[in-house]
Design a protein around this ligand. Sequence first.
Ligand SMILES: Nc1ccn([C@@H]2O[C@H](COP(=O)(O)OP(=O)(O)OP(=O)(O)O)[C@@H](O)[C@H]2O)c(=O)n1
Ligand SMILES: C[C@](O)(CO)[C@H](O)COP(=O)(O)O
Length: 222
Amino acid sequence: MKKYAIIVAGGTGKRMGESLPKQFLKLGGTPILIHTLQAFYTADPEIEIILTLPQEEIQFWDELNIWHQNYIEHQVVAGGETRFHSVKNALQFVESGLVAVHDGVRPFVSAATIKQSYEQAKEKKAVVTAVLMKDSVRQIDEKGGSKNIDRSSLRMIQTPQTFDAKLLKAAYNTEFKSFFTDDASVVESYGHSVTLIEGQYQNIKITTPEDLLIAEALLEAK
Ligand SMILES: Nc1ccn([C@@H]2O[C@H](COP(=O)(O)OP(=O)(O)OP(=O)(O)O)[C@@H](O)[C@H]2O)c(=O)n1
Ligand SMILES: C[C@](O)(CO)[C@H](O)COP(=O)(O)O
């Protein structure tokens, strides 16, 4: 069965606060995005990789890749206004089989998690990685108050999120809605349930400056 991976890196990284989008920032001397592509190649070199980038960064990426050994084959697609639009653009180049969608800024995804995602998606069709909450959580109300939520009923959602390709394409054939923060929310809104599988705490999303410090430590410990 054909396997695709859509690596989304079409964002500008506002919360990181750097002029260079965070996916290009260096981690152990190598751009974050190159670590992420390597993770998928290591898991299975047969995976067809489609990478979304901001239109204005495509030339920069091409130049940056020239300097890196072990170039990993991939197709570049211009991203869109939101993550949803970036995935939708990339899906034009996906036919049938399985497709994993993964954040370009989650470089520590393990080969085992990637393999497990595709394996489970063969049967379940919509498979999403998740971890248990570590902190207590509270829901804020309009009056400025808050109430405790039972954290055992909550999960923190990660990527990869892996699907039957035809299902994901059909689900994305819709207009953007503000609650589409990931692919699971799009598929669920289409009417298909998602199966959660175990993610990994080390599979962090590099979002704010302290995440980069944590990422350097995780890389060191690898
Ligand atoms: N229009 C967009 C927005 C986001 N992404 C990608 O989706 C992943 C998760 O998004 P996030 O961490 O929010 O990245 P940014 O949108 O770049 O960050 P910010 O919200 O801080 O601007 C990132 O790899 C990001 O590049 C994308 O492909 N296209
Ligand atoms: C897809 C995701 O990484 C799952 O946790 C997350 O929803 C992305 O959210 P963001 O708003 O793009 O940071």
